[in-house]
Design a protein around this ligand. Structure first.
Ligand code: G3P
Length: 218
């Protein structure tokens, strides 16, 4: 499973890109607004740092306008993926961009039928929002399982990009459900490394090793 960071925080991206474990980045209009930075400059800076796919979202509502915006965003860098909302106009734009071999990430997916339509429109990625379904008392992870089954039934190449991830449990469950990608906030990425027994075990090893008085490097 690939791991993307769901952020426009350049400090976090610099910090975690050096792990070699980050395969791409996703952004959305809210993330850009919260960053307080210019969209195009920010996407350019992210693409210079991360060589994998970087999702930048269109703002328009009509297919023609979305396609126009997509061309502007794609001109920023080769690894820009065009993020498009799951609307009838969005899927028209998705199909047109897909026909031009421009990668797309269809976002705001909340049902298996929506994911089916996105795959038929040639989406490169589908972004089901797990946390927002959980917020409504629904089971967001069930949607990942359903989409996996449907895509496998028909051999759709569209990759399932689990989004709106709120916990490390969501990451594990997405991996077990067969998501192709998970996009996560930096703080959840950092939490993936940690377990209290790792910290406790390491403290004991360090103490015992110090007691031996030995040194590996003479
Ligand atoms: O990038 C889309 C998605 O990950 C949004 O997450 O936490 O705003 O529901 P959230």
């Amino acid at each position: 499973m690939q791991i993307f960071l769901d952020t426009a925080d350049m400090d976090a991206l610099k910090k975690f890109s050096r792990t070699g474990l980050i395969d791409g980045v996703t952004t959305n209009p809210s993330i850009i607004a919260h960053s307080g930075r210019d969209l195009k400059k920010t996407i350019g800076a992210i693409c210079a740092l991360i060589k994998g796919p970087v999702s930048a979202e269109v703002a328009a509502c009509t297919a023609d306008h979305m396609i126009h915006e997509a061309k502007v965003l794609r001109a920023i860098a080769e690894n820009v993926v065009i993020k498009i909302p799951l609307t009838p106009e969005g899927l028209l734009a998705c199909a047109a961009l897909s026909a031009e071999n421009i990668e797309t990430n269809v976002t705001l997916c909340f049902s298996a039928n929506q994911a089916l339509l996105a795959a038929k429109a040639g989406a490169t990625y589908i972004s089901p929002f797990i946390g927002r379904l959980d917020d409504l008392g629904q089971d967001g992870m069930e949607l990942i399982h359903d989409i996996r089954d449907i895509y496998d039934n028909y051999g759709f190449a569209t990759q399932i990009l689990a989004a709106s991830i709120r916990s490390t449990a969501h990451v594990k469950q997405s991996a077990m459900a067969g998501a192709d990608v998970v996009t996560i906030p930096p703080k959840i990425f950092e939490q993936l490394y940690h377990h209290p027994l790792t910290d406790k075990g390491l403290a004991a090893f360090e103490k015992d090793w110090a007691g031996t008085g030995q040194s590996i490097i003479e």
